[in-house]
Design a protein around this ligand. Structure first.
Ligand SMILES: Nc1ncnc2c1ncn2[C@@H]1O[C@H](COP(=O)(O)OP(=O)(O)OP(=O)(O)O)[C@@H](O)[C@H]1O
Ligand code: SF4
Ligand SMILES: [Mg+2]
Length: 324
């Protein structure tokens, strides 16, 4: 694995939502003090239940939502809440995205070559032949044919549209590709094809992926490092193998217990979490999982989350249990 290409330092994103009865805007805490490190050439997984802030974290890295506090070090820049748009533009050209839903993320009125080459067009390239040639150089790499370049996006299936989206992500020679649940809107029959395509392209183009998914088996299978998020906070992070082997936070344990294991020796007892997740609006300064945690003690209900404990090389968790 190569050098660190992206590092977040206490990255926090709050959204101002409706005003409360005192006329003050409430704070929705979507991402709180997140510290992750992504190394060149790796696949970094991000997991956690719906609403825990995975997409917001990705959007903050891409500059699509404003940072409230903290910073991002990437591609020779340090980005924070005060960073100017021109600097963002320079950082963003190193990154591209593959979104969850290729039905809504691609403009169906465009031809395939126009969609694939759009990032170059946005960057100012107006030579149509060059744009078309660049699209042609990628279309077969993602499993489509040259004849497809002149067809409209609405003529393609979901899996084919995702292949178009992947070619589009590659055209500007981005180094980091952020895949936000790239298979979850697709028919299950094409999940493995799209994943295998992404893995092949990583080898060929020396790409790095931030890979967001609800599918823990997939995360286990393809990622090198991962972070587990709950209500905006990272609870556990490190080498994927170590986390799956020995989850150190009860929330990670509950997530992992839901995986279907073929090997009977590795089967865990399923942990069913009861209760509702807390509201992300003005959350108390406690472990955000405390009201559902099967192992919560009195301390968890009264004290803020402790700092990360280093459990082994490349494995950290933030839980009171690790300090007992
Ligand atoms: N623009 C916004 N304004 C206000 N709240 C927002 C905004 N975007 C996201 N949120 C809130 O931030 C929290 C995190 O949302 P986010 O979409 O990042 O979750 P997620 O982990 O990606 O969920 P999913 O797995 O369902 O995609 C949620 O409570 C969501 O309602
Ligand atoms: S800090 Fe306490 S409540 Fe939070 S996950 Fe650990 S044991 Fe559970
Ligand atoms: Mg999301």
């Amino acid at each position: 694995m190569g050098e660190v290409i992206l590092k977040t330092n206490d990255l926090t994103v709050d959204f101002k939502v409706r005003k409360n009865i005192f006329g003050k805007a409430d704070r929705l805490s979507a991402v709180q003090n997140v510290n992750i490190e992504i190394k060149k050439g790796e696949i970094y997984g991000l997991v956690g239940e719906s609403g825990c802030g995975k997409t917001t974290l990705a959007n903050a890295i891409l500059g699509f939502v404003p940072i409230t506090s903290g910073s991002i070090e990437c591609f020779g820049h340090t980005i924070d809440a005060k960073t100017k748009a021109s600097e963002w533009k320079d950082v963003r050209r190193h990154m591209q995205t593959v979104f969850q839903d290729p039905y809504s993320s691609l403009n169906t009125r465009f031809k395939v070559w126009e969609i694939i080459s759009e990032p170059l067009y946005i960057a100012g390239e107006r030579n149509e032949k060059l744009l078309c040639d660049r699209a042609a150089s990628l279309v077969e790499k993602v499993g489509l044919s040259l004849a497809d370049l002149d067809r409209y996006v609405f003529e393609f299936s979901g899996g084919q549209r995702q292949r178009i989206a992947i070619a589009r992500a590659l055209i500007s020679d981005a180094e980091l590709i952020i895949c936000d649940e790239p298979t979850s809107a697709l028919d299950v029959s094409v999940h493995s094809q799209i994943c295998n395509l992404l893995l092949d392209l990583r080898e060929e183009f020396e790409l790095t992926y931030l890979f967001i998914s609800h599918n823990l088996s997939l995360i286990k299978h393809i990622t090198d490092h991962m972070a587990v998020m709950y209500l905006g906070e990272v609870m556990e992070c490190g080498a994927t193998e170590k986390i799956f082997e020995n989850p150190a936070c009860p929330y990670t344990e509950a997530l992992m217990s839901a995986i279907l294991e073929v090997n009977p020796k590795k089967k865990r007892e399923r942990i069913i979490l009861s209760g509702e997740a807390r509201s992300p609006i003005n959350p108390p300064d406690l472990c955000r999982f405390a009201n559902r945690c099967p192992k919560a003690c009195e301390f968890c209900q009264t004290s803020p989350l402790p700092p990360f404990a280093k459990l082994s090389e490349d494995h950290m968790a933030r839980c009171h249990l690790n300090y007992k």
